[in-house]
Design a protein around this ligand. Structure first.
Ligand code: HEC
Length: 150
């Protein structure tokens, strides 16, 4: 009997140790998972979150699609044409917050058209986005139109 208890006790530290390892591995995987989530979801980026706060509720789904389709990469979050992909200034991008700068029309239907079919012309870096569902294009166009008069 005594020998049996001693035997069980000798097992204990190892079990405690392996359980601790399992628990800490599980706990460590939580921040690792959050990190992966943060990297794959551009909307989780704090700078983008902050910009989103200043967009009215009505235009947030348009803002989200603008970001998820990487329009802000060239156009910038406020449409200034100052996105990271244009840091060298190699694209000649109109400021979408200034209606008079548009070359292909500044109304919602015209903007929708520019997004879906891209724009013609020598200066273009703007492809057509026929892969984006019509409903999302509509919301993006309304978000861009709102930028003209926020
Ligand atoms: C690679 C850079 C780039 C990306 C990404 C990009 N654009 Fe553009 N976009 C441009 C450039 C450059 C022009 C101006 C082209 C011209 O006038 O020749 C433009 C023009 C436009 C126009 C027309 C403005 C006008 O002059 O009438 C709209 C609207 C627009 N983009 C919306 C979008 C949206 C929405 C997205 C994302 C779905 C997007 N763009 C992604 C570079 C980009």
């Amino acid at each position: 009997m005594k020998g049996c208890i001693r035997f069980l006790l000798s097992l204990l530290p190892e079990q405690v140790q392996s359980r601790t390892t399992a628990i800490s591995a599980a706990l460590l995987s939580v921040p690792a998972f959050l990190l992966i989530l943060d990297c794959s979801d551009p909307l989780a980026n704090p700078k983008i979150q902050q910009a989103r706060q200043s967009v009215p509720e009505l235009h947030r789904s348009g803002f989200d699609q603008f970001v998820l389709n990487n329009c802000h990469g060239c156009h910038g979050l406020q449409g200034g044409g100052d996105g990271p992909l244009n840091s060298s200034g190699r694209f000649d991008i109109p400021n979408l917050s200034q209606p008079e700068q548009y070359r292909h029309g500044a109304t919602v239907p015209e903007i929708r058209n520019s997004i879906e079919f891209g724009v013609e012309g020598g200066r273009t870096g703007m492809q057509g986005y026929q892969n984006i569902p019509a409903e999302h294009i509509e919301n993006i166009a309304r978000y861009i139109h709102w930028l003209q008069n926020p």
